[in-house]
Design a binder for this molecule. Structure first.
Ligand SMILES: [Zn+2]
Length: 318
C-alpha cells in the first residue's frame, strides 16, 4: 500500500499543506492566507480545508499522520501559547482541534525546530546527528538536533536560539528584551541599521535597490552589487551572528551549523564574517572546525519538517 505523510505550516501570513511519500517526494500541495486576525476557529477551518485539498482522492488508511509546525511558543503536546503573529491562540491545542475532524494521528512542533528536523532528514544536514539550524529572517528562530533527535527541552520550548543576550544594553528585540541576537542580525535589524546610516548621510546605492522602504533584501542586493555600506552592514550582522554561534558551539558542540531564512540569501557576505568571529571567540582550539553552511531546503523547510516529524514520531525508519 502507498503510504503518505501530510505536512502543514501554520504561519502568521499563510497556511501551507503538503503531501509527500515516505522519501519526502512531494505529491500535492495547497496554500491559503491565514487571515490570523479572524481568530483561531476561522484559522482552524482553513487548515482543514488545505489538508482536504492535499488529501483529495486518498484513502484515510494510506496516511501515516499529519505534522504541523506553528510559531512558538508551542509545547510538545501541540498547545499554542499566544504567539505574537497569531492573535487569540492562548492555549489552543492543534493536536486536539485537528485529530477529531481529520481522524489522523497529529504531531505538532515549533516551526523553527521542525526546520532543523527537515534539514537533518532531507537537506544539508543528512548524515549529521549533531546539528544546529538557524533561520534568519523577520525573526531568528532555531532548532537543534542532538544524537539524531530534535532537542525539545522539558515542555517543548527549547532552542529559541535568536533570543540569547549578546548586549544587555543593546537594541530591543522583537520579543521586547534588549540586545538579543535577533535584534542585531534579523532582517528588520539590518534594515534599521541601514536606515540609520543613510540618515547620517552615508553614501550608498541601497536606496536604488529598495522597492519603497529599505529592507534587508535591498541591503543584500546592494551588497552583491559591491556597495561598501551594504557590505559593512552584512559584515556587522555576520559578526553578531558569529557571537551567537560561538555560544551555541560551546553549549551544544554541533558538527555542522546551517543558516536558512531570507537573510541567509546574502550568502557568504553574511556567513564569512560569522565564521571569522566564531574563530576569534572560541575558548579552546578543540571547538574549531564546525562547518557553518547555508541551509538547503528554502521556503518549504517548515512543511518538510512537519512531514519529517510524522516520520520520526510515527516510526518510519530513515
Ligand atoms: Zn528576543
Amino acid at each position: 500500500m502507498q503510504r503518505w505523510v501530510i505536512g502543514v505550516d501554520l504561519g502568521g501570513t499563510q497556511i501551507r499543506a503538503l503531501r509527500t511519500d515516505l522519501s519526502g517526494k512531494k505529491a500535492a500541495r495547497a496554500e491559503q492566507l491565514t487571515l490570523a486576525q479572524q481568530g483561531p476557529q476561522a484559522v482552524l477551518s482553513r487548515i482543514l480545508e488545505t489538508v482536504r485539498e492535499v488529501t483529495a482522492g486518498i484513502s484515510q488508511e494510506e496516511i501515516l499522520g499529519l505534522g504541523i509546525g506553528a510559531p512558538g511558543p508551542i509545547d510538545s503536546a501541540g498547545v499554542v501559547h499566544d504567539p505574537p503573529n497569531l492573535p487569540g491562540w492562548k492555549g489552543v491545542s492543534l493536536v486536539d482541534e485537528l485529530a477529531g475532524p481529520l481522524g489522523l494521528p497529529i504531531y505538532a512542533g515549533n516551526d523553527a525546530n521542525l526546520g532543523a528536523l527537515a534539514e537533518h532528514r532531507f537537506g544539508a544536514g543528512i548524515g549529521v546527528d549533531h546539528l544546529v539550524y538557524l533561520t534568519v529572517g523577520t525573526g531568528i528562530g532555531g532548532g537543534v538536533i542532538s544524537h539524531g533527535r530534535m532537542l525539545t527541552g522539558w515542555r517543548g520550548f527549547a532552542a529559541e536560539l535568536g533570543h540569547q543576550t549578546l548586549d544587555p544594553d543593546g537594541p530591543l528585540c522583537g520579543c521586547g528584551q534588549p540586545g538579543h541576537l535577533e535584534a542585531f542580525a534579523s532582517g528588520p535589524a539590518i534594515a534599521r541599521e541601514a536606515r540609520k546610516a543613510l540618515e547620517q548621510g552615508r553614501s550608498s546605492t541601497i536606496p536604488e535597490h529598495a522597492d519603497g522602504a529599505v529592507t534587508a533584501k535591498s541591503v543584500a542586493a546592494a551588497a552583491m552589487a559591491g556597495d561598501a555600506l551594504a557590505i559593512e552592514l552584512l559584515r556587522q550582522a555576520g559578526y553578531y551572528l558569529g557571537l551567537g554561534l560561538a555560544n551555541l558551539i560551546h553549549t551544544l558542540e554541533p558538527q555542522r551549523i546551517l543558516i536558512g531564512g531570507g537573510v541567509s540569501l546574502a550568502g557568504e557576505l553574511l556567513l564569512e564574517p560569522a565564521r571569522q568571529t566564531v574563530d576569534q571567540r572560541l575558548m579552546s582550539p578543540v571547538y574549531r572546525g564546525v562547518e557553518i553552511l547555508a541551509a538547503a531546503l528554502g521556503p518549504d523547510v517548515g512543511l518538510m519538517g512537519a512531514a519529517a516529524l510524522v516520520m520520526q514520531e510515527g516510526g518510519s525508519p530513515r
